[in-house]
Design a protein. Structure first.
Length: 139
């Protein structure tokens, strides 16, 4: 499969294949691979257990395979002090974003409480990306 994908890349580079069509086909392949990987994960975990302690790992197909827990998740929603501070931070960020937008128009934003000019946030434009939504009947 790797060779076929590399061949597709070469065909695009040489101008023999429409790059947009290739991009869409690769997106479909990526989506399928993610779904299949999700579907077989438990089977793979069970198979790994046959190789001893999964945490130590094993070498297979040029890869080191081991078992580990994913990161846990902290929750602060029930701590009023933190919820309040996060709300304040959100408002503060919005104020500085607004100052940036005003700055782009050649204007300044003044803090109504202090009378000071609000420092504009900095903004970095993201890269262009191709958005692909595969139709349900095309998967």
């Amino acid at each position: 499969m790797k060779n076929e994908i590399k061949l597709l890349e070469q065909e695009v580079i040489e101008g023999n294949v429409n790059p947009l069509e290739a991009f869409i086909q690769l997106k479909k392949l990526e989506d399928l691979a993610k779904q299949v990987k999700k579907n077989i994960k438990e089977y793979a975990i069970n198979e790994l257990s046959k190789y001893g302690n999964g945490k130590i790992g094993t070498e297979m197909l040029g890869a080191n395979v081991s078992l580990k827990k994913s990161a846990g998740k902290w929750c602060y929603d029930h701590i009023a002090e933190l919820v309040n501070l996060e709300d304040q931070l959100k408002l503060l960020k919005q104020k500085h974003q607004s100052a940036y937008k005003a700055h782009e128009r050649g204007e300044s934003v003044i803090d109504s409480d202090t009378g000071e000019i609000i420092m504009p946030a900095s903004y970095t434009q993201g890269d262009e990306t191709i958005m692909i939504k595969i139709k349900k009947n095309e998967k």
